[in-house]
Design a protein around this ligand. Structure first.
Ligand SMILES: Nc1ncnc2c1ncn2[C@@H]1O[C@H](COP(=O)(O)OP(=O)(O)OP(=O)(O)O)[C@@H](O)[C@H]1O
Ligand SMILES: O=P(O)(O)OC[C@H]1O[C@H](OP(=O)(O)OP(=O)(O)O)[C@H](O)[C@@H]1O
Ligand SMILES: O=C(O)c1cccnc1
Length: 470
């Protein structure tokens, strides 16, 4: 994992922190909610990712000596800088589990900490959670259509700079099986794999020589790229020759890769030629600007493809470059807090909260999550957050609390889950969501509502702040 220091933040966090420090407010307890307003890709769900990295980062986050020296040139007073040098996050964090299915407007994570500490971690929290949730969600959509086929992440070269690091990692949470990204493989214990580039084939006078040398040096996981010159007239015949030579040494060619042209047509032709040569075991891998829609189409065309390499569209989260996740104050200095907006959708929810997921008797999600004040043990009536007359009786459902402590007094209280564990959990949770929420076109909208008590408290605060002279 990257080693961040506490300067991985926005300047305004430090400016505000200095005021809290000078005015004796730094230790006042604050509660912030993390949530997003719009599900990416016009989809019906998102996959929450980045929690493990966030907790590890926060646990050890400090301002180094060099950080403090750097900050002296700005308007910070020596006593505040001396305090920053001792900074350590000592708060509590409640969160949904990493990998869970999450929806618009619900608190996914809450920070309960001193005002200064809660403020200083805001930027890194948003930076880590927003991006990983965006990419894990994209990966999950791809995995949903690829079903039992192998998915490899090829995106590092086209990623937004070092963002590719976390993209490769988040892709695994969403259901990818491996990556070409070596450093992420090292850091997160993910299987790394890869084939060969066109440049490798081009660098030889003949394609056959290139294939032979590659197979000789990499006999165990040999994948030959067959489309440099002519897939059916040279790439596949040469791959068959090399595969047969490998057989004489007791080896097996793993796969061929196609990276251009009509992938369904070529995959079918290649399959026929390989099968006719007695090479039914040789797999077919494809790449070239794949995404969930192209893969869905290839499946519908019954293209005999075993491995999909997905790069650009995965790691840049195309067509959504960002998740709009925000961090909003819900409580401070002993009082519930609210941010009023002209549109009720941007008005925040006060107090520390709990989110209850409604399950039916078989453990399937019925499609409704209720946000309540954390002391409420159950929700009977759930209100639409912005449309006053829409409500749903939920008292009869099994109600699953989603927010649990993951950090207390600055110490992580959950284990370091492996990416495999998180991905398996995510898959299991997604299996409880009805298919209507998973379709790409006009998915069913999952209902997120608020309890009667939370609605009453929110509406009282709206009335108070609207009439108060602020
Ligand atoms: N059978 C198919 N069905 C649906 N989409 C496909 C199919 N075959 C390829 N595609 C997708 O079509 C897109 C563009 O393919 P196109 O043929 O224009 O490019 P190309 O093959 O890379 O061109 P070039 O040969 O110049 O490299 C890619 O996103 C590719 O994944
Ligand atoms: O299309 P993406 O989903 O982004 O997948 C990654 C792409 O990166 C490589 O191409 P590139 O032209 O960079 O290198 P190459 O010469 O090895 O083909 C690879 O062949 C894929 O086409
Ligand atoms: O291993 C591959 O085939 C690969 C890796 C990165 C990008 N494109 C392809």
């Amino acid at each position: 994992m990257f080693n961040f220091t506490a300067t991985y933040t926005d300047m305004y966090q430090l400016s505000m922190a200095q005021v809290y420090f000078k005015k004796g407010k730094k230790d006042e307890l604050a509660i912030f909610d993390y949530y997003f307003r719009k599900i990416p890709y016009n989809g019906g769900y998102a996959i929450f990712a980045g929690l493990g990295d966030l907790l590890k980062t926060i646990e050890t986050l400090t301002f180094s000596k060099e950080d403090i020296e750097y900050l002296t040139q700005y308007d910070f007073e020596p006593d505040f800088l001396a305090y920053l040098r001792t900074f350590k996050f000592s708060g509590t964090i409640y969160s949904v589990q990493e990998g869970d299915v999450v929806f618009q407007t619900q608190p996914i994570l809450q920070v309960e900490a001193s005002m200064v500490e809660a403020q200083i971690i805001e930027t890194i929290l948003l930076n880590l959670l927003n991006f990983q949730t965006l990419i894990a969600t994209k990966a999950s959509r791809v995995a949903m259509v690829a079903k039992d086929k192998t998915l490899l992440d090829f995106g590092l070269r086209r990623a937004q700079g070092p963002g590719g690091y976390f993209a490769s990692k988040a892709a695994m949470i969403g259901g990818f099986h491996g990556t070409s990204n070596v450093i992420v493989g090292r850091d997160y214990n993910i299987p790394i794999s890869g084939t060969m580039a066109h440049s490798f084939v081009q660098s030889y006078d003949t394609e056959l020589e290139a294939f032979r040398d590659f197979a000789e040096c990499r006999p165990k996981k040999c994948v030959l790229l067959v489309d440099t010159y002519n897939t059916l007239k040279s790439g596949i015949p040469n791959a068959i020759t090399v595969a047969k030579e490998m057989e004489t040494k007791g080896q097996q060619l793993l796969a061929i890769r196609l990276d251009s042209g009509d992938l369904a047509y070529y995959a079918k032709q290649c399959r026929k030629l390989l099968d006719a040569a007695g090479l039914a075991y040789v797999k077919i891998a494809v790449s070239n600007q794949l995404d969930e829609f192209v893969i869905k189409s290839l499946k519908e065309q019954e293209a005999p493809i075993d491995i999909y390499g997905v790069g650009t569209n995965l790691v840049i989260g195309k067509p959504n470059g960002a998740l709009d996740g925000v961090y909003k104050l819900a409580y401070s200095s002993g009082k519930p807090r609210i941010k009023i907006s002209e549109s009720l959708i941007k008005t925040t929810l006060p107090y520390r909260k709990q989110v209850y997921r409604m399950n039916d008797e078989n453990g399937k999600f019925i499609g409704a999550d209720a946000i309540a004040i954390h002391t409420e043990e159950k929700v009977d009536l759930m209100h639409h957050p912005y449309e006053p007359y829409k409500q749903l009786e939920v008292g009869a459902y099994k109600q699953e609390p989603l927010l649990t402590p993951v950090m207390e007094n600055g110490k992580k209280t959950i284990p370091d889950y492996s990416l495999n564990e998180i991905a398996a959990y995510s898959k299991e949770r997604l299996s409880h969501l009805l298919t209507e929420y998973k379709r790409f076109d006009n998915p069913h909208i999952y209902k997120v509502g608020i309890s009667s008590l939370l609605k009453k408290e929110r509406d009282m605060l709206i009335a108070l702040y609207k009439t108060d002279k602020n």
